[in-house]
Design a protein. Structure first.
Length: 146
């Protein structure tokens, strides 16, 4: 299996600064392996709320279908961390986000993740189609690939 390469900051159109907490650091002095998943979830949720997607009674909601993470460099408690958020793929009822954690002014991600949401009806919890308006908004953060 080929190890993935860390993603570059230039791939992302959206950045969300995050503040680390003391309990995010483990006994080895670096950010615990579970923390990037929490930061990714928070960044995606905040972006959706700010863009009025999937967070009101009349809209479908998103549920997490899959998360993955690759670690390339340690992150320490005092590091300044930014989450890069990009749309990787959009299906009929699924959204795949590409995420990266960037430390201080680094141009290469310390952690790279993938986050897959399935859009579901907020009552039946059955997959629901992604609206044209939601697609338009999601496309504004499409990953910039060469």
């Amino acid at each position: 299996m080929t190890r993935p390469e860390p993603v570059q900051r230039t791939v992302f159109r959206c950045f969300v600064p995050v503040t680390l907490r003391w309990n995010d650091v483990d006994i080895q002095g670096h950010v615990n392996n579970s923390v990037p998943f929490q930061l990714f979830d928070t960044a995606v949720s905040h972006w959706q709320i700010e863009n009025q997607l999937f967070h009101s009674v009349e809209q479908p909601i998103c549920v997490v279908a899959r998360q993955s993470c690759n670690f390339f460099a340690e992150i320490g408690m005092m590091d300044k961390v930014t989450v890069g958020l990009a749309l990787e793929r959009i299906g009929s009822s699924s959204i795949t986000y590409l995420l990266g954690l960037f430390v201080n002014d680094a141009q290469t991600s310390a952690v790279q993740g993938e986050f897959v949401h399935v859009v579901v009806d907020n009552v039946t919890r059955k997959p629901a189609p992604i609206s044209d308006e939601a697609r338009r908004v999601l496309q504004t953060i499409a990953a910039k690939r060469d």
